[in-house]
Design a protein around this ligand. Structure first.
Ligand SMILES: O=P(O)(O)O[C@H]1O[C@H](CO)[C@@H](O)[C@H]1O
Length: 209
């Protein structure tokens, strides 16, 4: 996909995730997703690339899920498991490929938390999310992962740490979209190399539904 839809754009969550079901019907077995995210983990630097190992679905806590409504049995079960949402094998492969490409310095692993946006987080919210176990925060991806997993596709996702979440009341830093876009431009070529090399190494998913 060239870009994606977001909750904050006003789309119903089922429309945001419709492309995943289209991919499933096209025979796609593995979903690779990328996003830009604010770094909550104090060890992360702007420009780091975080392999997502798990997520915290904040909108889900409030009953906002792309799977709300009658279950589409054609795609998956009513109550899909999410404890293995981000494929362990693909995460390992990405770390290995990243090391081969000399990217280990900026390749990390962590937990992504999705919020609705479009406002960036307050300082208190960033502190809370970090204490809850999130390493990065953003406004996308998790809904797509949930629908992909429901449909039995494997998921792999990367967050580019485009900015550091502001955690300190004395800080002069302010989250802004220009910085997000600029960091994206700086890492674009390396991210492309990482993803294309990874794709070349992925074996077909023989366990796919
Ligand atoms: O998650 P993606 O779409 O990469 O973009 C992230 O960057 C934008 C904010 O700068 C938001 O859309 C947020 O979700």
């Amino acid at each position: 996909m060239q870009g994606r839809f977001h909750l904050y754009e006003g789309y119903p969550i089922q429309k945001i995730t419709l492309p995943m079901r289209v991919f499933k019907l096209m025979g796609v077995q593995t979903m690779i997703m990328t996003n830009a995210a604010g770094g909550l983990n104090q060890d992360f630097k702007v420009g780091d690339v975080m392999i997502i190992k798990d997520h915290i679905n904040m909108p889900g806590f409030a009953g906002v899920s792309p799977l709300c409504g009658p279950n589409e049995d054609r795609f998956g079960v009513r109550f899909p498991c999410m404890s293995d949402a981000y494929d362990r094998e693909l995460r390992g492969l990405a770390l290995a490929v990243g090391a081969e490409l000399g990217f280990s310095d900026f390749l990390k692993e962590g937990v992504y938390c999705v919020l609705g946006g479009p406002s960036f987080e307050t300082i208190a919210e960033c502190r809370m999310l970090n204490r809850l176990g999130a390493d990065a925060v953003g406004m996308s991806t998790v809904h797509e992962v949930i629908v992909s997993r429901h449909a039995g596709m494997r998921c792999f996702a990367l967050s580019l740490i485009s900015n550091k979440a502001v955690m300190d009341y004395d800080s002069e830093e302010r989250a802004n979209h220009e910085e997000v876009l600029e960091t994206g431009r700086l890492r674009a070529e390396q991210l492309e190399k990482l993803v294309s090399t990874l794709v070349g190494r992925i074996e077909p998913n023989n366990n796919a539904c």
